[in-house]
Each structure stands twice: as C-alpha cells, then as structure tokens.
Design a protein around this ligand. Structure first.
Ligand code: ZN
Length: 167
C-alpha cells in the first residue's frame, strides 16, 4: 500500500488526528483488524486517547469497527479495521480542492491590475486603488503599479506541481 507511506498521506493523517494517528494507521495496516486495547498496548497509549483518534479517522470513514461483548468483564470491545481504499480517495479530493483554490487565485491575478503601496502596506486591484485615489489609506503613501508576472508564474508552477502529487 504505497499510498500510506508517502509524505502527503502522513501529513494528512497528522492534520486529521495528530502525529499518533500515523502510528495507529501503521498498525491497522498490518492487521486485518485489531481491538483498541491491543492498539493501546502496542503503542503504549491509553485507550481513551486511542479512541479519540480513531473516532476522528472514523468520521472520514478511514476506519470502521465492529463491537463484541467481553462476556467476562461485561463490556464492549471495539475492533477496528482500516478502510484502505479511502485514504487515496481523501487525498485525491484534498488535492483537487487545493488546485481549485490555486486556479481561483491565478484567475484573480490574471484578470486584475494591481497597485502596491510604496511603503509596502498593501496591494490592491485597480478598482480599490482608484477608490483610494492611488493613495494608501494607511500611510498616505503612493500606490504604484505592481507587476504580478512573478506571482502568476509561481501560481502556474504550484498548480502543475500539485497536479503531480499522488500520481
Ligand atoms: Zn501604505
């Protein structure tokens, strides 16, 4: 399962349930299913913390569980399983969202002319600069034309790079 080892999935898991969720998923990956007490034992964590992370993963449908009754102790044991296909789907979705945001930024940069305060307070599109009579409302400095070619180029590069993530 290459998906689980790439840095993007680790980053995603860490965002989702903290650094420990990487370890939990790592263990789940190696077992068809495993109960939360064994997880806690293997990771030297308390069951409550484990459960908290598992619920976060469960909300994204990354894990599923079945419960079984411990007849001796009279409580329920939750047995967890990793939904291996789901991580790839989530990463793909996250990538698409990131690209959409970049595309919107690119379009904003391409369809506007920008003006920047000579003292660096702000950068605004033409309409705003016009409203301000080309004077910075913060420091009264001049708003000069700002060439955004580099920003446009950078955004294009980000979009290409993002599209490559995860294949
Ligand atoms: Zn200013």
């Amino acid at each position: 399962m290459r998906t689980f080892d790439n840095p993007y999935s680790k980053e995603y898991l860490a965002e989702l349930g903290g650094a420990k969720s990487i370890d939990i998923v790592g263990l789940l990956k190696r077992h068809k299913e495993i109960d939360e007490f064994k997880l806690a034992d293997k990771l030297k964590m308390d069951v409550k913390s484990i459960r908290k992370i598992l619920y976060k993963l469960y909300e994204k449908k990354l894990v599923s569980f079945r419960k079984t009754r411990d007849e001796e102790r009279g409580w329920y044991i939750y047995i967890w399983r990793l939904e291996k296909h789901k991580l790839g789907e989530l990463l793909e979705k996250r990538k698409d969202e990131a690209i959409d945001t970049l595309r919107a930024q690119l379009s904003y940069e391409k369809t506007n002319q920008f003006f920047k305060c000579q003292n660096g307070c702000m950068r605004v599109p033409f309409e705003r600069a016009f409203e301000f009579a080309f004077l910075c409302p913060d420091c009264k400095g001049k708003l000069d034309f700002f060439d955004n070619t580099i920003i446009v180029r950078q955004l294009r590069r980000y979009i290409t790079q993002s599209a490559k993530i995860g294949g």
